[in-house]
Unconditional design. Structure first.
Length: 180
């Protein structure tokens, strides 16, 4: 079937980093009758990787209409909003993702960054510790994969600059048993 072929092409283009071609193929598959519930997430991811966060948000919304408790899609929706500098809205999606999956380390990292952006450093530190305790996610890989705008990328790099941050000094003191 043509729609399956277009979908496979969309996946192939996505893996090659050819996001514009991937978007076109996924849209062709959708237009030729492929089941929409199979396309919204990969199409949203292609838009996301192409830094078209408004379109990514629309596709993730469509996926959430079909499966409103999907923690991965809730997380991705939050990341699309966060990259689009809609921090408060993003935070709501990270909270929802964690409500449905309290062991989703990527959502803790993302929420930690959102809280840092809102200057809620103590909460941000708690979430970062939670993510590290859960494990399974490399913070460096997270930054490269999900922090696509210069603003968010710069904020994410502060995770590695804990020596200068107030919460980093407190963390070091806690680890060393020093009163602060």
């Amino acid at each position: 079937m043509k729609n399956e072929k277009e979908f496979m092409l969309g996946q192939r283009y996505f893996l090659r980093g050819e996001y514009v071609r991937s978007i076109a193929s996924f849209n062709n598959a959708l237009a030729s009758g492929m089941d929409a519930d199979k396309i919204h997430v990969p199409l949203g991811l292609a838009y996301f990787k192409n830094t078209n966060f408004a379109e990514a948000t629309e596709e993730f919304n469509r996926a959430l209409e079909l499966d409103p408790m999907n923690d991965q899609v809730l997380f991705l929706q939050g990341m699309a909003l966060f990259n689009n500098e809609e921090i408060s809205d993003a935070l709501e999606y990270f909270n929802l993702a964690l409500r449905f999956n309290p062991r989703l380390a990527t959502a803790y990292i993302a929420r930690s960054l959102a809280l840092r952006a809102l200057h809620r450093d103590a909460e941000a530190e708690f979430d970062l510790k939670s993510a590290l305790d859960i494990g399974g996610t490399e913070v460096e890989l997270f930054v490269g994969e999900y922090c696509l705008t210069p603003h968010l990328y710069g904020l994410a790099l502060t995770l590695f600059d804990a020596e200068k941050a107030a919460w980093g000094r407190e963390l070091r003191a806690d680890r060393l048993g020093i009163a602060h």
